[in-house]
Design a protein around this ligand. Structure first.
Ligand code: ADP
Length: 496
């Protein structure tokens, strides 16, 4: 199949979260399965200076934005170590900026037109590039209008190359919908008659993601549990009714991990590389060097728990901050790596001052440190309030770092709670808890500490986790089946 993946983030060109990892790894894995894949993303300044070779395609696209017509150009690069092309839509007034979505925590005020431009330019570009996809795979709100443009604007055109093109819309995080005030509607070029609750409008506003969910042939999200959660009012963020209506077209596919990057046997960031056979010695060496780096007492026997994530309420930081004082009274070292909301940065810094002997906080974004921490830690804490898929618990499993998670979304689908039964039948991989409270978190950590102290139980957990297959190959096969279904759906469109 010929697949075009559209994404606002692609590693190593531009990344703020897991979307960038998916947008780089899935195309590569599909390519390995024999499909022909290309990627399109905006040509942000950081993407053009990401150190990848870039050349001109010679393709210029003219894009209507309101009453204006803007001209952009399409550049092409490729994913590292692969020939999957990455097309970069370049228009300096929109994308030659320091940020992706904004600067210093504030969104750019013209994000609506920036991403309208990206989406229309992508469709205009396809007409001129030598790549005619059968499937357009849209990811998150920045690409949500594409299925609507195809249906309302491009397919009806005489001789349209898009007539047989199917669309899949993937939700990586329903909290971000691209919701803009209604007066941005004219920027899109859509007729006002489409500004209705069964098309582009959600609660009086223009909603990009909703457009994708209405118009795409199929919808997916990044875990089966999250696919169920978003159909309920508590998880649906106002779109649960629509998602329930499209239940039959909604799939959940867990992300994979890039095992060329996240593999303790070859990871260049580690002090000692290790495998499922050599993990006790490997982890001990990494732990000692991390303790040295972090200025924590160099003790092999003390359990070390890591957390790496955006400092955002989604990730359960309120629970961590509430529980920290109690947890740090235990014989336990905690190392936290994260950036984000200042209130959490301040709270964590204060805790680090109070508990210098067993807490170290790094308020930075550092890939090397993220790798070292995964290898060094015994336990990994991820108490998310909601988690569409989550990658760090998968990295933790691969690194033999026992995850302690809240059972939500992808965390529920990927971590098997340790009970007598699951330990016995060798399916347990971690510890999970349900209540979003500090008390439940502390109980879960205490259970994890008890398992850590029991060397037989610990070995079983680590070994089952390290053996689990969370490679992209597995996910890509599921996406390929999804694309196949989308092709069949196009024959009989669901829109009346
Ligand atoms: P989300 O996409 O919601 O942020 P995921 O777990 O899916 O959460 O992906 C987060 C990605 O960002 C992971 O690759 C994680 O290692 C990385 N990450 C988050 N914060 C940091 C940080 N401070 N330093 C290094 N990597 C980080």
């Amino acid at each position: 199949m010929k697949v075009l993946l559209l994404s606002a983030e692609v590693e190593p060109f531009a990344k703020t979260g897991g979307l960038a990892d998916v947008a780089a790894s899935l195309p590569q894995a599909l390519n390995d399965l024999g499909h022909e894949v290309a990627i399109m993303m905006p040509g942000y300044r950081r993407a053009l200076y990401a150190g990848r070779p870039i050349r001109e395609t010679g393709v210029r696209v003219r894009v209507p934005i309101g009453h204006r017509t803007l001209e952009g150009r399409i550049l092409v690069s490729s994913l590292p170590g692969s020939d999957v092309p990455v097309y970069l839509i370049d228009y300096a007034p929109y994308f030659d900026r320091t940020g992706i979505y904004g600067a210093e925590g504030v969104d750019y005020p013209d994000n609506c037109e920036r991403f309208v431009f990206f989406q229309r330019a992508a469709l205009e570009g396809i007409r001129m590039l030598n790549f005619q996809p059968e499937i357009i795979h849209c990811n998150d709100w920045e690409t949500g209008l594409v299925p609507a443009y195809l249906e309302e604007v491009y397919r009806p055109q005489p001789g349209s190359v898009f007539r047989q093109v199917s669309t899949v819309m993937t939700i990586h995080n329903l909290a971000y919908q691209g919701s803009f005030w209604h007066l941005d509607m004219p920027l899109t070029g859509f007729d006002w008659s489409l500004f209705t609750p069964d098309r582009l409008e959600a609660y009086g506003r223009l909603n990009f993601l909703k457009a994708g969910l209405v118009y795409a042939d199929l919808i997916s999200t990044v875990s089966p549990t999250y696919a169920r959660e978003i159909q309920a009012p508590e998880g649906g963020r106002g779109l649960d009714g629509l998602l329930r209506a499209r239940q039959a077209d909604l799939y959940g596919i867990v992300n994979g991990i890039d095992v060329t990057v996240w593999n303790p046997a070859i990871d260049p960031h580690l002090t000692a590389r290790y495998t499922v056979k050599t993990w006790p010695a490997g982890k001990a060496a990494n732990k000692a060097s991390l303790q040295r780096l972090a200025g924590l007492p160099e003790r092999a026997d003390v359990p070390l728990m890591a957390a790496i994530s955006r400092l955002d309420p989604q990730k359960g930081w309120d629970l961590v901050v509430d529980a920290a004082g109690e947890l740090l009274r235990r014989d336990l070292q905690i190392v936290i790596l994260g950036t984000g909301e200042p209130r959490y940065e301040m709270a964590l810094q204060q805790l680090a001052q109070e508990y210098p002997d067993n807490l170290r906080v790094y308020l930075e974004f550092s890939q090397p440190l993220a790798h070292q921490l995964e290898a060094a830690a015994d336990l990994f804490l991820m108490p998310s309030l909601y988690e569409p898929c989550g990658l760090n618990q998968l990295y933790s499993l691969a690194y033999g770092t026992v995850p302690v998670v809240r059972a939500t979304g992808g965390l529920a689908d990927t971590v098997v709670d340790a009970t007598d039964e699951t330990l016995q039948n060798q399916t347990a991989t971690g510890v999970s808890f349900t209540d979003p409270t500090a008390k439940a978190l502390i109980r879960a950590v205490d259970r994890a500490l008890a398992l850590y102290a029991d060397s037989d139980a610990r070995s079983r957990l680590v070994s089952t986790g390290m053996h689990a297959d969370w490679t992209w190959h597995r996910s890509a096969e599921q996406y390929a089946r999804l694309y196949e279904t989308a092709r069949l759906r196009r024959a009989g469109s669901h829109l009346s």
